[in-house]
Design a protein around this ligand. Structure first.
Ligand SMILES: [Zn+2]
Length: 296
């Protein structure tokens, strides 16, 4: 039995996953109530108590993690986690033969999509998750690419606008500042596409009914972020780009224009060989990928 733990800013999900990536059981608790690392570890151990036959545990975290050293480096929305040796801490409360690993949640998503989802069978895949934050994971030559300190794949912090808006990462003009959920919501609100209290899903629902302002909105989102994906496609020549996260719920309304712009503006050979697809595993990708962390 494998366990995947998805540490989210709001909730922590724990899933029991079999070797074929099937989610067998899932529990969750509020991260906010256990946001200090020690409390969080204790709460996880409590949930894991009594589960028999655990072989490996993988943890996905919303930020920078060092897989090699089993350490959280920095979580932008969870203060107090900097430098926490999470693998060691969790292991100290578990049977000795249980292996534990940690990695970034978007990397976990990429692993899951590559093993069981939309990137299955491809050697080179770029996965991007669009939500409150914008994350990314890279599969190159069939393996996860982690870079020098384990933090590669941060597509969300690619400078889309030179010297643009300040970003929480310390950079400027990052993609996340322009297509993160919060920005999209205020943009839609400012332009009268949604009323107060409505969500991005409401825009998708209207697009499905043929509302031209809603369709135009998603086209604009794709148009805004396309330059970064064009750059990534030119740089890496991937077989597939998998788009996941909340915004990908807009489905074809965001994917079709993305395809259109990438095909039109990426270099010819790269543009011809790349497929742009929606993530398959949706909300469970992080859990399933975390459970598979120790395989790659
Ligand atoms: Zn940034």
């Amino acid at each position: 039995m494998r366990v995947g733990i998805d540490l989210g800013g709001t909730n922590t999900k724990i899933g029991l996953v079999d070797d074929n990536g099937k989610l067998i059981e899932r529990f969750s608790f509020s991260t906010r109530d256990f946001s200090k690392p020690n409390n969080w570890v204790k709460r996880c151990l409590l949930e894991l108590k009594g589960i028999k036959g655990i072989k490996t545990i993988g943890i996905g975290v919303p930020g920078a993690a060092d897989f090699k050293n089993g350490q959280v480096l920095y979580l932008p929305n969870l203060p107090g986690w900097e430098g926490v040796k999470i693998v060691e801490r969790l292991k100290s409360g578990l049977k000795k033969d249980i292996k534990v690993a940690v990695d970034n949640d978007a990397t976990c998503m990429a692993i899951a999509e590559h093993r069981f989802g939309a990137a299955k069978g491809y050697e080179n895949a770029v996965c991007i998750t669009l939500g409150t934050g914008v994350g990314g994971g890279l599969i190159l030559n069939g393996r996860i690419y982690r870079g020098s300190r384990g933090v590669a794949g941060e597509i969300g912090h690619f400078p889309l606008v030179p010297w643009g808006k300040n970003c929480s990462c310390g950079g400027r003009g990052c993609v996340e500042r322009y297509v993160g959920n919060r920005t999209l919501l205020s943009w839609a609100h400012r332009n009268g596409i949604i009323k107060k209290g409505e969500s991005l899903e409401d825009i998708t629902a209207r697009a499905k009914q043929g509302d031209s302002a809603a369709i135009e909105f998603w086209d604009k989102v794709a148009y805004t972020m396309a330059p970064v994906l064009v750059g990534v496609v030119n740089l890496l020549n991937p077989d597939v780009v998998v788009v996941g996260g909340g915004v990908s719920g807009a489905g074809r309304f965001v994917l079709s224009p993305l395809k259109k712009y990438i095909k039109a503006y990426a270099m010819k050979v790269q543009a011809r060989s790349v497929r742009i697809v929606q993530a398959k595993l949706r909300n469970d990708a992080g859990l399933i990928g975390a459970a598979m962390l120790l395989d790659l």
